[in-house]
Design a protein around this ligand. Structure first.
Ligand code: NAD
Ligand code: TYD
Length: 356
């Protein structure tokens, strides 16, 4: 048996592939374009493992995807590949349309052609699992209930709009062609191998480098945080037992304002790697100009997943954030290696000119 994973050199995909292969020997074909966010170093522990086949390529390359499907005959495709950073989508929305919308369309077409030709049993058992985000539902007011699977789609950034479009395409391939799809919409992830452009790893990395900790606006925007390995276990569970055509929200009931997150990261660093001058890392916090169109609050109601598939997260925010900070302290080389020229260019583009 084999599965095809796309975007498996990115943050969540790499965690998923490593978890998958640590629990079973079912082969993983890992198709990843290796954009700035893809990093083979994250998969170093799989070097020489015959159950992991890495292929550099684009989900939008139909010929390549069709070849891979024919050659390896996977029983499932799990689609992580995407452009995933909201701030980048504000600077360069075109890349998001290309991969998240057009790329997902080409992937679906290749998968549909392959699935159509499968023998009856394999057709029934096949799954296309699309990994999506809670951001498609838009922004909540302070007292609104958390997002359920039936919330209206109201995406506000080019990132969330492109993910919303991909979710709709996936849905349509089930309704129109009968492709056995599953969709997961997850809240903000954090954990090992997270590229340091996103809030939590950026704060850890900047704090240790003695740099400013840039908090957008008033820092009171709320996100609902889930440890990445819990997201991976949810995806496994949905793949295993999710009802075809259904959507499952994934979250850990951990709503927190950004400033509280940054303060918690600072407190953990104060404990685990105190500053030489005895001051707290909080001294480095700097309030900067807000992100345009910044969503105020996300919150996931994950009761459907819990009720139907008995899934629950294993980590609390406290245990997960401690593990994460520790991982970054122990993996400084990984951090240094991802801070290439293109990373520095991005930091300059996004943060220079945001007045403190
Ligand atoms: P990431 O940016 O860290 O990784 C994306 C990966 O996809 C990279 O390895 C990149 O090289 C690859 N990729 C990009 N374009 C590609 C293309 N055209 N063809 C093949 N590979 C391509 O993203 P992530 O944080 O790991 O997110 C993975 C998925 O989970 C995304 O679909 C994202 O929308 C979704 N998601 C992320 C979060 C989060 O908090 N990070 C939360 C919910 C959902
Ligand atoms: P991010 O990690 O980019 O995820 P998303 O935008 O997909 O939720 O950002 C999380 C929150 O942190 C979001 O409200 C924006 C905020 N943020 C900052 O305040 N400063 C930063 O430098 C970054 C990258 C994000």
């Amino acid at each position: 048996m084999t599965i095809l994973v796309t975007g498996g050199a990115g943050f969540i995909g790499a965690n998923f592939v490593m978890e998958w292969l640590s629990g079973a020997d079912e082969k993983v074909i890992n198709l990843d374009k290796l954009t700035y966010a893809g990093n083979l170093e994250s998969l170093k522990c799989l070097e020489g493992n015959p159950a992991h086949v890495f292929v550099q390529g684009d989900i939008g390359d139909s010929a390549l995807v069709q070849d891979l499907l024919q050659k390896y005959q996977p029983r499932a495709v799990i689609n992580f590949a995407a452009e995933s950073h909201v701030d980048r989508s504000i600077h360069s929305p075109g890349d998001f349309i290309q991969t998240n919308v057009v790329g997902t369309f080409h992937l679906l077409e290749a998968v549909r052609a392959y699935w159509n030709e499968l023998p009856e049993d394999a057709r029934t058992d096949f799954r296309f699992l699309h990994v999506s985000t809670d951001e498609v539902y838009g922004s909540l007011a302070a007292t609104d209930p958390a997002f359920t699977e039936t919330n209206r789609y109201e995406p506000n950034s080019p990132y969330s709009a492109s993910k919303a479009a991909s979710d709709h395409l996936v849905r349509s391939y089930h309704h129109t062609y009968g492709l056995p799809v599953l969709t997961t919409n997850c809240s903000n992830n954090y954990g090992p191998y997270h590229f340091p452009e996103k809030l939590i790893p950026l704060m850890i990395v900047n704090a240790l480098a003695g740099k400013a900790l840039p908090v957008y606006g008033d820092g009171q925007q709320i996100r609902d945080w889930l440890y990445v390995k819990d997201h991976c276990s949810a995806i496994r569970r949905v793949l295993e037992a999710g009802r075809v055509g259904e959507v499952y929200n994934v979250g850990g009931w951990n709503e927190k304002p950004n400033l509280e997150i940054v303060n918690r990261v600072c407190a953990l660093l104060d404990e685990l790697r105190p500053r030489e001058d005895g001051q707290s890392y909080q001294e480095q916090i700097s309030f900067v100009t807000d992100r345009p169109g910044h969503d105020r609050r996300y919150a996931i109601d994950a009761r459907k997943l819990e009720r139907e598939l008995q899934w629950k997260p294993a980590e609390t925010f406290e245990t997960g954030i401690r593990k994460t900070v520790q991982w970054y302290l122990e993996n400084q080389q990984w951090v240094e290696n991802v801070q290439s020229g293109s990373y520095r260019d991005w930091v300059e583009k996004n943060y220079d000119g945001r007045s403190a």
